[in-house]
Design a protein around this ligand. Structure first.
Ligand code: COA
Length: 281
């Protein structure tokens, strides 16, 4: 893969979008590689959680590649949007392993949509979120008009989508777009035109962001693997249904976990006052 780095360590798949000279904008090869990387993570039984981030310290993903969007015709636009939606739906609904977005800078347009398709979002203090498509004569096309109101409510979603404005990590946290903010991990002195200034140490901040994402991943890895996957499924499917239908799905999945050996192990370990040893089935 050229535009996506795929690494694994201690049960975690690290997927890094690697086009930092273009602020990790999503062009077609990058989208194809993303699906390849997520499929690899999903099919590897050793892996339990995925951490998705952007290369460098400035940007998570600054959107779909505008150069590509500029070349499309109406049918091409429709296809492009459906293809993006399909890839992001794969992340949200077909991954049985939770995906944590570690948002390390700009998450704009398709970048914000990608972060929203992940199951949990944590952001460094320098992160910026927005849906700037209307400023390009477009609208969000990778699920943003649907996921943003579900996450932050209709009024706030429309304010962001209709103004195209960028919000900082603190505001994204306040409105529930991100779960957690990782503060600047220090400052470095820079000198410009003879004037010394303090600048956030973004390299150290990115390290702290990934460390927090790993901590979160480890607290998920400590739980029963099948139960974790089914809990994601119950939440995802339930959000598309009425309360009664969602609860029926929940009961069926609740029954299904009784078929796992990990259910026996988890309950026995509690009774025997010891830590459970998961086998993942
Ligand atoms: N598509 C294609 N290229 C992009 C891009 C995108 N979405 N976002 C950034 N880039 C490219 C720039 O064209 C530039 O490439 P170049 O060096 O070959 O000219 C490079 O990334 C760096 O971006 P630049 O604009 O110089 O950085 P900046 O710090 O001045 O501004 C942003 C950062 C994020 C404010 C600005 O890049 C931007 O507005 N990007 C587009 C965001 C957007 O509208 N996304 C939604 C797309 S639907």
């Amino acid at each position: 893969m050229e535009n996506v780095i795929y690494e694994t360590k201690d049960g975690i798949a690290y997927i890094t979008i690697n086009r930092s000279d273009k602020l990790n904008a999503l062009n077609s090869p990058t989208m194809n590689e993303l699906i390849e990387a997520f499929s690899l993570a999903e099919s590897n039984p050793q892996l339990r959680v995925v951490i998705l981030t952007g290369a460098g310290e400035k940007s998570f993903v600054a959107g779909a590649d505008i150069n590509e969007l500029a070349e499309l015709d109406p049918i091409g636009g429709k296809r492009h949007s459906s293809m993006g939606q399909e890839i992001f739906n794969f992340i949200e609904s077909h991954m049985t392993k939770p995906v944590i977005a570690a948002v390390n800078g700009f998450a704009l347009g398709g970048g914000c949509e990608l972060a929203m398709a992940c199951h949990i979002r944590i952001a460094s203090e320098n992160a910026k979120f927005g849906q700037p498509e209307v400023g390009l004569g477009l609208i969000p096309g990778y699920g943003g008009t649907q996921r943003l109101p579900r996450l932050v409510g209709k009024g706030r979603a429309l304010e962001l989508i209709l103004t195209g404005k960028m919000i900082d990590a603190a505001e994204a946290f306040r409105i529930g777009l991100v779960n957690q903010i990782v503060p600047y991990a220090g400052f470095i002195e820079v000198e410009k035109d003879g004037i010394k200034k303090q600048k956030p140490d973004l390299a150290a901040t990115k390290k702290a962001l990934i460390a927090e994402a790993v901590k979160l991943a480890q607290s998920i890895i400590a739980q029963a693997p099948v139960a974790v996957g089914l809990a994601v499924e119950a939440v995802n499917r339930g959000l598309e249904m009425t309360m009664a239908e969602g609860q029926a799905v929940e009961s069926n999945l609740f029954g299904l976990v009784y078929t796992t050996e990990d259910f026996i192990e988890g309950t026995q370990a509690f009774i025997e006052k010891r830590k459970p040893k998961w086998i993942g089935r």
